[in-house]
Each structure stands twice: as C-alpha cells, then as structure tokens.
Design a protein around this ligand. Sequence first.
Ligand SMILES: [Zn+2]
Length: 109
Amino acid sequence: MQGNELYFFLGVVVVVWLFFFLKGNKRPPTNYFICARCNKTEQYSARTTEAWRRGFSKLYCQVCHKQWLNKNPERKHDKSDSGQGGCLGVLVVLLLMPPTIFGAIWYVF
Ligand SMILES: [Zn+2]
C-alpha cells in the first residue's frame, strides 16, 4: 500500500509539474528589453521575466531596479532576483492542483 501511494504521489507531482511547465513557463518574445527608466537594453533576468509574466509593461534594468529598491526600503525583503516569485507560484499550483487531480482520477477510475 505504501509503495502504491508513493507512485501515486509521484504521478501527481509529474502532472502538476507538466501543467506548470506548459501553462506557466511563458517566456518573453525577445531576449532583451529596454529599461523604462534609462532606456538601456538589457537581457531578461529571472526577475524581469517574472515581471513580464505578471503583465508589467515597465521593466527596469538591474541598476535602476537597485536604485528603486534603495528608494523603497520596505520592499527590500522581496528578493525577486532569486526567482522567489516563481517558486511561490509553483507552491500555489502544488497546493491547489492535487484536489483537482484527485477528483479527476476518482472520476476516471
Ligand atoms: Zn535602467
């Protein structure tokens, strides 16, 4: 029984991962963006890609982003450079998806 549950869990994880990969792995159409503040052309980072996914039209280069963070110290804990937003998205999907998949599997079998 324990083994079956493990395989079932792994199956759910793979399905969730595939779902996230297909639905959430949207990438910007170009590799570069123009900073909304200093007009510098910069390559998309994890932070700006995440911002692009969230629909932000104004993207800032690394230098301007740091300057903005210095002016807004209360936002400093938001270390979006490390891709924390993406991880949080995965976590939300992982939390929300299993009940849906369980329901679907119960319905099919
Ligand atoms: Zn800039």
